[in-house]
Design a protein around this ligand. Structure first.
Ligand code: ZN
Length: 366
């Protein structure tokens, strides 16, 4: 507890990051921190169009992870009804939606896809059998194509949000119905974008690493915290009328960046290209050989295709592989090896999905 900026007696809660990249971050909260965070999330939800008339099914993980409890308190502060469903038990999620009249779903993009897929397997049309109208999806980088994919599968409008444990958790920014950047509550956070290599501040619109200073956190404030998340900023007034700065959707983390023959590529860029193809499912992994060298020569991408493509003749598969390869090369300038895999063979994640795997971990993939 050496990191505290207040006496330990004032702390009322602890959370922790999932520690996907390195050691988990421990975060402590005073009573006022919890209140402030709830207020920020209530405002964020209102930005997305959630009101006190809504029923919010909270399918973010509860526990040390900030998503579950964070949203739980935010929804209550807004005055809407929160269903603390937590992630997992997908059939029950769908039953809850139907029985309790859920109007808003909160979860990771990966879990939203699982819910859509499970409903389809059960022959349930969520559009017809639920009152679901929007989804707040956060806590992992995802592309515009992925947002559209989730919208199609769930039949709802999807609002990406962004947050990190060092800045409370979720609530650092969220999209408004214009879907043109995520609004940042600047009365709580000062944001900058810097060159990840030099630390030099970048101009509006330039992509770089997001740096956050918290203004209202008591127990664990941060000053110019390097988030490793890649985004850009704009202070132009939004068409929704808000004048708060907006950040573009996070395309990746500095440590997710792949260097392929000298070209920097983020998994979300690859995702954006893949999902433009009919027949390609939103499930893929990028296989790299980290032992090989720092700069990867060729990426291998395993991507699920739907039954129509997979059951077809060998020639159709080859054509599809070739088209994907050529398109990735023309858009991103990288050479890839494509492997089409059967539907539902790649691992699903109820939390954050793992897009890049090392060849040595391939056996654990399925
Ligand atoms: Zn707006």
């Amino acid at each position: 507890m050496g990191f505290l900026a207040v006496p330990k007696e004032q702390v009322v809660r602890i959370h922790s990051s999932s520690g996907t990249t390195d050691k988990p971050t421990i975060a402590a909260y005073t009573r006022r921190d919890i209140n402030t965070w709830s207020e920020i999330l209530a405002r964020g939800l209102a930005t997305a169009g959630v009101t006190d008339k809504d029923i919010f099914q909270n399918a973010f993980g509860y526990g040390l992870f900030t998503g579950g409890m964070g949203y739980h308190y935010g929804v209550e502060r807004l005055g809407a009804i929160v269903i603390p469903a937590a992630a997992g038990n997908t059939r029950r999620q769908i039953t809850l939606m139907q029985d309790l009249g859920t109007t808003v779903l909160g979860c990771t993009p990966s879990y939203a896809l699982i819910i859509g897929e499970t409903a389809q397997e059960l022959g349930i049309d969520l559009r017809k059998t639920t009152k679901l109208r929007l989804a707040v999806c956060g806590s992992e980088p995802s592309s515009e194509q992925m947002r559209k994919e989730i919208q199609d599968r769930l039949g709802v409008e999807v609002f990406p949000d962004y947050g990190l444990t060092e800045a409370n958790g979720p609530g650092v920014s969220i999209e408004c119905p214009q879907h043109d950047g995520m609004h940042i509550p600047e009365d709580h956070f000062i944001v900058e974008v810097v060159d990840p290599n030099t630390g030099e501040q970048l101009r509006e619109g330039q992509m770089g690493e997001l740096v956050i200073t918290t203004l209202t956190k008591e127990a664990c404030p941060v000053i110019r915290f390097r988030t490793r998340d890649i985004t850009s900023l704009t202070t132009e007034a939004c068409k929704c009328g808000r004048t708060l700065a907006r950040m573009s959707r996070v395309g990746g983390r500095t440590d997710d960046m792949l260097k392929v023959r000298g070209v920097n590529v983020f998994p979300s860029q690859i995702e954006n290209v893949l999902l433009q193809f009919d027949g390609v499912e939103p499930h893929y992994v990028i296989v790299v050989d980290r032992r090989e060298s720092f700069s990867i020569k060729e990426l291998e991408i395993w991507v699920e295709v739907n039954e129509n493509i997979f059951s077809d003749e060998m020639q159709t598969m080859r054509n599809m592989e070739q088209r994907l390869r050529e398109h990735l090369e023309s858009v991103l300038g990288i050479s890839t090896k494509i492997k089409l895999v059967e539907p539902k063979t790649l691992a699903r994640s109820e939390g954050k999905s793992k897009r890049v795997v090392d060849r040595s971990d391939l056996n654990n993939l399925k």
